[in-house]
Design a protein around this ligand. Structure first.
Ligand SMILES: [Zn+2]
Length: 200
């Protein structure tokens, strides 16, 4: 698990999940994602999709803009490096363990934010930025933890550019469903269509 999170810091990828990956390419490996609903109620895109514990924000061009892993979940699960493999038990990830694992992969990291109850470590794999947020207390007025514990990890693309969309593409319908449904996303690479077909 330490190695998987260190690889996330070094490459910005979690198995087949990476910023700017096409949702259809990810679905070809992991199956259809769960529809997590709209980021903004008024707009279909960007849209949340979920794979187990991993949250994806997907642009109207169907490319991943952001990957989030809320590691405070008791049953947090992320895709492993091998297709079909899932990793869990992220709650033991501490500041010391993660930074040691990052050092072991020769991944440069920086302490980019620090308060009384939070520490953020950032890496820059090139295609995306990655940040690991640790907490030093489980509650605002709780006792200090023996070590800072990983609370959330996320990666985001700094300069997302939508690729050209062929005109007259039919709407694939994904992202239209209400929250917490399985999408009808087909397996395998599919056409990227513009959500303008169904309004903003
Ligand atoms: Zn886009």
């Amino acid at each position: 698990m330490n190695e998987a999170m260190a690889a996330f810091g070094a490459t910005g990828t979690l198995g087949p999940l990476r910023c700017c990956a096409a949702l259809s390419d990810i679905a070809a490996v992991l199956g259809p994602p769960m529809d997590g609903g709209r980021v903004s109620k008024r707009h279909r895109w960007p849209h949340w999709f979920l794979y187990e514990s991993v949250e994806l924000v997907v642009c109207r061009c169907r490319l991943v803009e952001r990957i989030g892993v809320p590691t405070w979940h008791n049953d947090c699960r992320i895709p492993g490096p091998q297709p079909g493999a899932w990793l869990s038990e992220l709650r033991g990830m501490t500041y010391q363990r993660l930074t040691t694992a990052l050092d072991a992969t020769d991944c440069p990291w920086q302490l980019t934010y620090q308060t009384d109850d939070q520490i953020t470590v950032s890496t820059d794999p090139g295609d995306a930025m990655v940040a690991f947020t640790f907490i030093t207390r489980e509650t605002y007025d709780g006792p200090e933890l023996p070590e800072p514990v990983l609370y959330k990890a996320h990666a985001w693309r700094r300069d997302h550019m939508c690729p050209p969309i062929p005109p007259n593409q039919p709407d694939d319908g994904i992202g239209l469903q209400p929250r917490y449904t399985t999408t009808s996303l087909v397996r395998g690479p599919g056409p990227r269509t513009t959500s303008g077909l169904a309004g903003p």
